[in-house]
Design a protein around this ligand. Structure first.
Ligand code: GDP
Length: 299
């Protein structure tokens, strides 16, 4: 809790300051509601969520005197209600060998790091894990993944830069299957500058994986960088058009003033949020827990 709370402190102090400014010894009138709605929008919760939350507050408290603490408690409860349905842990199917997880997302959003963190988590759960360096475009991505492989004790399937990503993914699934590995995590490229090229590449990976196992990939995760705020919305839309996104991982919730974006994403896309990143280290992946998040966001 404390790490998340600390991480979200910029988001929460922004909200707290705003709420205190609006609600110090004041009746809940239209002007106060309007100011609150604006504050929630600027805190990245999005217009729909902001309207919904303020309407709920108005329904029960309109015309009454209300202080900042009470407002925050009510808002936290409303936020928790919105994010609760998407707070779903990532479930590994033990009958699949391997359970194939494809990780997609724009470069820099934390794909490779998240794979490393997940690998460690699965290893600690006693599973065998293999990693595939499917971002064959960037040499740095391949070497980063190899480092994570060493750190977590997982074999890494990799090729030289420029190799065919789909071919590599195919080999990785075959090898993981031959070795009876529990989880295969596949890293991918995320060059959004060339959307058509990226779409072809990701779709080809999926097609080719299905030749080994028609039910794979069993999970497609999209990583989103919380610090990019509203950009995260368009990234969900772009990647949903390319592959069938099964769930989200919000990264960099530590130190971001834009943690509210998670609430807007939950409301808009209703995609499961499987975990959140709260730092660069191997232990900095947390299950996404609705009430804890809502409380931390509201300070
Ligand atoms: P990729 O290009 O999508 O594979 O992104 P990387 O995994 O290489 O991450 C990009 C940068 O973000 C790296 O410097 C990571 O250490 C950093 N990063 C990833 N996740 C988090 C997180 O949850 N918190 C913080 N503070 N940094 C993160």
């Amino acid at each position: 809790l404390s790490r998340l709370k600390k991480g979200l402190s910029k988001s929460s102090s922004r909200l707290t300051e705003g709420i205190t400014g609006i609600f110090t010894k004041r009746k809940l009138d239209d002007a106060a509601l309007e100011e609150l709605e604006e504050l929630l929008i600027t805190a990245d919760l999005g217009p729909t969520t902001a309207a919904k939350i303020t309407a709920e507050l108005a329904r029960t408290r309109f015309g009454k005197e209300i202080g900042p603490e009470e407002v925050k408690t009510i808002l936290a409860a409303e936020v928790a209600k919105i994010v609760e349905p998407v707070a779903k842990p990532l479930v590994i199917d033990p009958s699949l060998k391997p359970h194939v997880i494809l990780v997609v997302g724009v470069n820099g959003t934390g794909k490779t790091t998240t794979i490393g963190k997940l690998a460690r988590q699965f290893r600690e759960e006693g599973r065998t894990v293999m990693l595939a360096a499917g971002d064959t475009f960037r040499a740095a991505a391949v070497s980063q993944l190899k480092i994570w492989g060493e750190r977590t004790g997982c074999p890494v399937v990799a090729k030289d830069t420029g190799a065919d990503a789909a071919g590599l993914a195919y080999e990785a699934v075959e090898r993981a299957r031959a070795e009876g590995v529990d989880v295969l995590l596949i890293d991918t490229a995320g060059r959004l500058q060339n959307k058509a090229g990226l779409m072809d590449e990701l779709r080809k990976i999926v097609r080719v994986i299905k030749k080994v196992d028609p039910t794979a990939p069993h999970t497609t995760l999209l990583t989103l960088d919380a610090t990019t705020g509203q950009n995260a919305h368009s990234q969900v839309e772009v990647f949903r058009d390319m592959v069938s996104v099964g769930g989200l991982i919000l990264t960099k919730l530590d130190g971001s003033a834009r943690g509210g974006v998670l609430v807007a994403l939950a409301e808009k896309f209703k995609l499961p949020v499987h975990a959140i990143g709260v730092g660069e280290g191997v232990h900095d992946l947390r299950p996404f827990e609705a009430k804890t998040f809502a409380r931390s966001l509201m300070g």
